[in-house]
Unconditional design. Structure first.
Length: 392
């Protein structure tokens, strides 16, 4: 079951990352500035933000099996439509459609984890399925570069879109709820009631400042390698996957480390928040990355920052299932991810403006500091609502 969610997350990021890998080619063909490109990224984020608040409650109402299938089918079709873009406006429109579908992946994924895994295994299970994001981004760089160089950029969009349709066949054939899982007899919690919860409000702010860091690496890293480090497309395809491989390890290390602390009797608050705080400190390595002369030292710093993000996110994914009933899991993650989408949209526009008017230096400084702010909000804003170990 977790392999299916892992595969969907890989495909999700293959679809998402295709644009960033092709950005140097598309910007040249369509005559796009950094601000133009940031608006296309923001079109995705606007849809992603809105649909996080819709897809989560929808999945809680119609169930994991059908809800997940609907989201993957939508985003796969939207991915294929990107191949028919003729300029910045049509590309932004298809990215908007892609964002609408992709918003459902994580609300559905955390429901699968909650349905199939007990409390002490959820951080590692979350790390395994969330590692699909880094794997997808890792595979996307060499795969998309190869497809675009040999068959054209339109073929790359079509190929990754078709992979989602193949996943649908496996999901519909194989997924079911585990034997003995109690039925959901109560209706999902109303959104208005959930927004009154201190945990939901605090978690939303955490994601508002935390997730845009990852979006920067996903959407802007190939651009940075080309324009900040003067790599060509062949070099980007050859080396641009390395930080995503390290980020993949971060998912497993973060989930394993937190699970180890819990098994050794460390209280839940300290184990989960402490792991996230350590990961946030690792993410500050983004700051020196842009100031060093060596491209390899810069890549190492960025790799550590990305591993910090994935390690922290593996733990964050497990927290709603500790606090909330199953009927509220997809809704809670979707609502909180609206903060993620809004932050990603705003900070993407900020990134484009800073790069056009200054350089990448203030951008890396910004995304090195934001994780510390998120960790502080997590400690203060959700302190009374994380469960004590004795209550598990």
């Amino acid at each position: 079951m977790i392999a299916l969610v892992f595969a969907a997350t890989v495909i999700n990021y293959l679809d998402r990352q295709t644009l960033s890998v092709l950005a140097p080619v598309l910007r040249q063909e369509f005559g796009l500035t950094n601000v133009d490109y940031s608006r296309i990224v923001s079109a995705f984020m606007v849809a992603y933000t809105i649909m996080n608040g819709v897809s989560g409650p929808m999945i809680d109402r119609i169930g994991t099996r059908f809800g997940y299938a609907l989201c993957v089918g939508w985003w796969s079709a939207a991915s294929i439509l990107q191949a028919f873009a003729t300029g910045g406006i049509s590309l932004a429109a298809t990215r908007f459609l892609l964002g609408m579908g992709e918003a459902g992946n994580w609300p559905a994924g955390i429901r699968v984890v909650a349905e199939w895994f007990p409390f002490h295994e959820r951080t590692l299970a979350s790390g395994i399925f969330n590692s699909g994001s880094a794997v997808g981004a890792l595979v996307a760089t060499p795969l998309v570069v190869y497809l675009s160089l040999h068959y054209g950029w339109r073929a790359a969009f079509i190929a990754v879109g078709l992979s989602g349709l193949l996943w649908l066949v496996a999901w519909w054939s194989l997924y079911d709820t585990p034997p003995g899982l109690p039925p959901e007899t109560e209706p999902p919690l109303p959104v208005r009631e959930m927004l009154r919860m201190r945990f939901i409000r605090g978690f939303l702010v955490v994601k508002l400042f935390f997730d845009p860091v990852w979006y920067f690496y996903i959407f802007w890293f190939p651009e940075y390698l080309k324009n900040g480090r003067h790599m060509d497309m062949a070099e980007i395809g050859k080396y641009g996957w390395i930080p995503f491989l390290v980020a993949d390890a971060g998912n497993l290390i973060g989930g394993w480390f937190c699970g180890l602390l819990l098994r050794r009797g460390v209280p839940v608050n300290l184990a989960k928040k402490g792991t996230i705080a350590l990961a946030a400190l690792c993410m500050t390595s983004a700051i020196p990355a842009v100031f060093v002369d060596s491209v390899w030292v810069s890549m190492a710093c960025i790799s550590l920052a990305m591993a910090g993000y994935t390690g922290a996110n593996a733990v964050l994914l497990s927290i709603p299932a500790d606090v909330l009933p199953r009927r509220a899991l997809a809704s809670s993650w979707g609502l909180c991810s609206m903060g993620s989408g809004f932050g990603g949209m705003v900070f993407s526009l900020v990134t484009g403006w800073l790069v056009d008017n200054y350089s990448y230096q203030p951008v890396f400084l910004l995304f090195g500091i934001l994780p510390l702010l998120s960790a502080a909000v997590l400690w203060v804003g959700t302190a009374s609502l994380l469960p004590r170990e004795t209550s598990m």
